[in-house]
Write a protein that binds this ligand. Structure first.
Ligand SMILES: *Cc1c(COP(=O)(O)O)cnc(C)c1O
Length: 370
């Protein structure tokens, strides 16, 4: 079975092998050396002033960011489940939450953010997904961050990059906190989250807030290549292997180019067989199709063609399917997935099978078009 859900993503064999070594004690020079190397790679990936790893799923990092960087009112962008979560976190901690809500295929506009910030001087942090995984949408985060900093540079910009870090190049010039999670683009099992922080964020954090998610405690320790509490040793070893694999495969820029090409080849192939891409601004992390037969296609993909893709949640349940584009993905696997989708449409009697999806995918991927 091919796992093509936009999280969790498949863990490469060499990474699984690296994580099969005996459990290492976290307070040892051996582990500190691994931690130091991993940190170096992370600085290269995040391009932020500081990076911090915490043992939690991605949501733990979202919560850490909100409580450490927002003291009054959070402006949250809700174009899907994950954006909605930022608001819920703020409310759970007694912070004010102002929300800009859109349909899950619609990105927030820079104008709407600027208007909200100008209207409410209590807003001291903004939380937004770079790639909102609920509908596979790309928000204009860099433009938002730039516009907000021009109004008030003290407002903290929290960017959830859980399905963006490792997928595409992100301009962090005006971003204060960039979040990643292990089980999406980083091709690891769940349980590790990473925050990239700006110097302005570190200043705002001060002595930190909370206990386990107090970022000041972690920054202090991680600068010494250790962690405040027991490190997720096995996942850190896996992360180092992933980051070294990306280097060995030609580096992070090549991965970004490959991912963009693949996402384009897949969406072009799907459109060529009459399917519709759901978001108005698709992210490169996944290809999302809205279709009246979405549930049937997803079922057939699994039962007849050994491909596991994700569906939709809440009001999009049974209405969309989402195909992962994150990580080191083989072209031959991706070619099979688009071909399998075309076979599903033939089985449903919607079109005669003629290999169009595969043709378009291969033409774009291998530059055979013209
Ligand atoms: C998966 C995901 C999360 C939540 O991460 P968990 O690891 O499930 O806690 C947050 N934001 C985005 C954009 C995601 O895709």
């Amino acid at each position: 079975m091919l796992l093509f859900t936009p999280g969790p993503t498949p863990v490469p064999q060499n990474v699984r092998n690296a994580m099969s070594a005996e459990t290492m004690h976290h307070r040892t020079p051996e582990f500190e050396a691994i931690f130091e190397k991993t940190r170096k790679h992370l600085f290269n990936l995040f391009k932020t002033d500081e990076v911090v790893m915490i043992a939690s799923s991605g949501t733990g990092a979202m919560e850490a960011a909100v409580i450490n960087l927002c003291k009054n009112t959070l402006l949250s962008v809700n174009s899907g489940k994950f954006g909605e979560r930022f608001g819920k976190i703020a409310i759970a901690h007694g912070l004010n939450n102002e929300e800009i809500k859109n349909e899950w295929n619609t990105p927030v506009s820079v104008e709407a953010i600027v208007k909200a910030v100008k209207a409410n001087a209590d807003i001291d942090a903004i939380a937004v997904q770079i790639s909102e995984s609920a509908g596979g949408l790309r928000h204009p985060v860099e433009e938002i961050a730039k516009a907000v900093k021009a109004i008030n540079p003290k407002i903290m910009i929290i960017a959830d990059g859980i399905t963006a870090v490792g997928v595409e190049s992100i301009d962090v010039t005006n971003i204060d906190c960039l979040i990643a999670g292990s089980q999406k683009a980083l091709m690891l099992p769940p349980g590790l989250a990473i925050l990239g922080l700006s110097n302005a964020a570190i200043e705002t954090i001060g002595s930190g807030i909370g206990y386990y998610l107090n970022l000041a405690s972690e920054i202090k320790k991680q600068r010494q290549n250790t962690t405040a509490y027991t490190a997720a040793t096995t996942l850190t070893i896996g992360l180092l292997e992933v980051l070294e694999s990306i280097e060995a495969d030609g580096g992070i820029e090549k991965l970004y180019t490959d991912t963009a090409t693949r996402a384009n080849a897949v969406s072009s192939a799907l459109k060529a067989i009459g399917l519709h891409i759901y978001p108005s601004t698709p992210a490169s992390s996944m290809s999302t199709v809205d279709d009246e037969n979405a549930a049937e296609i997803r079922n057939l993909l699994k039962t007849d063609f050994e491909v596991n893709v994700a569906g939709g949640q809440d009001h999009l349940k049974g209405k969309i399917f989402r195909i992962n584009q994150m990580g080191l993905i083989s072209n031959y696997e991706m070619a099979w997935v688009v071909n399998a989708v075309e076979l599903c449409l033939a089985k449903l009697g919607r079109r005669t099978y003629d290999g169009t999806a595969n043709k378009i995918f291969n033409e774009i991927t291998f530059g055979m078009g013209k």
